[in-house]
Ligand binder design. Structure first.
Ligand code: ADP
Ligand code: MG
Length: 256
């Protein structure tokens, strides 16, 4: 059994009285191994955000089941969900969401403070993590005092500090220039090398080329997947671009 199992997920949004239903996900089925780094690509409206909302327990599937490390997400009680999200999942967003009037250290420790972890234990976790991420000299600074790349590192440290089972990233390079994107993807490679399981939604073939596998989603279904294997990011990026082009061509022929 996979570490993350997405089993025949269907998600239908029901509108108000009389409004017609939208099927955002039809039958999404895949599994992710522990330590795998998987990207999800698809055009606007294909169901990516819906999928992330289901994985992050912010919403529930209409049909099907998702399990993480053997736990079916639907069996988690409503009042346990925010704790589950805080402890088992790490989020990396497009805009990083650091709090301006908190130091980097306080930003990173926030999830542990919410768990009321003893200070000594928090410090013990913080030290090796910020060393690995190369920001140990900066943790007493405020977000406005450090560079964009350093802010990203702090945001990634905050996502990792709870030792989450899964990192979920939604267009993490979406608001970055190409240099900052490359730095962030190198960082993802580093945390992937620490055996962190990552699922990332992205529009960028370059960002996706850092992952082990790319799932392509269209009209609420995974229609294709490609594995990187031993290939370099350059070769993999070329294959991803071709796969996107192929789907576009097919779409054109189908009159979509
Ligand atoms: P993506 O993130 O790939 O752009 P979404 O998951 O946001 O796609 O949307 C998939 C489909 O579901 C779209 O047709 C969108 O209009 C619809 N949709 C998304 N969220 C809602 C909602 N809350 N209510 C109704 N329809 C929605
Ligand atoms: Mg979206």
């Amino acid at each position: 059994m996979g570490f993350l199992e997405v089993k025949h997920i269907r998600k239908t949004y029901t509108g108000r009285l009389g409004a017609k239903e939208t099927t955002a996900l039809k039958d999404v089925h895949f599994s992710v191994n522990e330590g795998e780094f998987v990207s999800v690509m698809g055009e606007s409206g294909s169901g990516k955000t819906t999928l992330l909302n289901l994985l992050s327990t912010l919403d529930k599937p209409s049909e099907g089941e998702i399990t993480l490390a053997g736990t079916p997400l639907t069996t988690i009680k409503e009042k346990e969900l925010s704790k589950f999200r805080r402890e088992q999942l790490g989020f990396v967003f497009q805009d990083f969401n650091l709090l301006d009037n908190f130091s980097l250290k306080d930003n990173i420790l926030l999830p542990l403070v919410l768990e009321q972890m003893p200070v000594k234990e928090m410090e013990d976790r913080l030290k090796p993590l910020v060393e690995k991420l190369g920001i140990s000299q900066l943790i007493n600074n405020y977000p406005y005092e450090v560079s964009g790349g350093q802010k990203q590192r702090a945001a990634v440290a905050r996502a990792l500090i709870t030792k989450p089972k899964l990192i979920l990233a939604d267009e993490p390079t979406g608001a970055l220039d190409s240099k900052a994107s490359e730095v962030l993807m190198d960082l993802f490679s580093d945390i992937h090398a620490m055996n962190q399981t990552i699922l990332m939604v992205t529009h960028s073939a370059r960002a996706a080329s850092y992952s082990n596998r790319v799932l392509f989603i269209r009209d609420g279904e995974v229609y294709h997947e490609i594995y990187r294997g031993d290939q370099t990011t350059e070769v993999f990026m070329d294959r991803i671009s071709k796969a996107l082009l192929f789907s576009f061509d097919r779409g054109e022929q189908d009159g979509i």
